[in-house]
Design a protein around this ligand. Sequence first.
Ligand code: GLU
Length: 422
Amino acid sequence: MYRQISPSSTLLLNEQSAAIEKNGRQVFRFGFGQSPFPISDVLKTALIEHAYRKEYTQVQGLQALRNKVAEYHSVFEKRKINEDQIFVAPGSKSLLYTIMCAYTDAAVLIPAPAWVSYAPQAELIGHATLMMQTSFAQRYRITPDILERSLSEAAKNYQSLLVILNSPGNPDGLCYTAKELQALAVVLEKYQAKVISDEIYAPLQHDNQHVSIARYYPKGTFVTSGLSKWAGAGGWRLGIAILPEDCDSQLKDAMLGIASETYSCASSPIQYAAITAYSNNVTMSLYVQHQRTILKAVGLYIHKAVIDAGLHAHAPEGGFYLLLDFTAYRQSLKAIGLNTDSEICNKVLEDVGVALLPGISFGLSPKALCARLAYVDFDGTLALEDISEGEWSETLTIKHAQKMLLGIENLGRYLKQIDQDN
Ligand code: GLU
């Protein structure tokens, strides 16, 4: 007998899209949340310089890197973080797993929608999962009420309570405000719950206004991040976690044990190169600032196109996602036999070449008719070249988002035609 676990839907759709393209058909690649931007030259140079590093590092990560990460995040999150709190791993995915795995008898409370891998990871470990449903009207945020209800329920049966938060959010591109986080922190503290705050998109908050819940609940928050999104280095697999302030040594020992028995350490050359990424140098800050400007302009432009196509979606605030809601077309889609989000996504991939990830992958009901769009199908290298020559402009947005606009216009025409015919 084998464990029942399917491939992660993000990675699967990425492979499917590549296969369709290989057969000569155009695919609008909105499915996979991979940064469109190249790795900065300073990072590439640093990696070349350190290619010879062949030794394993400390399991927790290179001390010099942990130092830089602590400094960087102390400034970024406006709180004091020290190097002992930092954990480095091959991707933040491994860290999410390691943190959850360190607990026994735990319930993991996950907002819906939320990124595709939280629940499967918790289930692999054997933890109970409890989904906290949100809605379009609530901007897909969990409220103190929802949290209170879920925690009081879970507290009846489980000793450890772990809550997942993600801001800026995947799949909705929305952020929690400082006030919302403060209110959630009060409830978390009341139940002595721990929060795992996935902040991998934080430097890409479009207005550079990221707020971490750790500011309001430092003793109960794990923050996870890494180089995948803001440094364009998903395939480098470099993740970091910040442990709760004054966390007990047994938790840390458990994490070190799990890490050493599974992945040993993150790749040494990548860790050495990452020191440059976290060194707050002018080149890196400008590079991230440019990404924010481009993503904000492109995100709002694509959002407008989505609304023109007759779909609902909130305007994005950070990262690179929009959550599309197809309910305005529910009746006509039903008339042609499309009743669920996956049926819609399969059909639009087949008929219009538009790759979207269905809401069910994010814990939403298939009948909610939602799908995630990642607005990353553009040439980030050319966009960065253009912005480095001067101000970003609408003309540049139109130039770079051309292909994505075409995909959404095609989708809109297709849906309106179905509406008309039915
Ligand atoms: N986080 C990205 C996404 O949601 C891709 C990476 C992954 O899922 O492992 O599309």
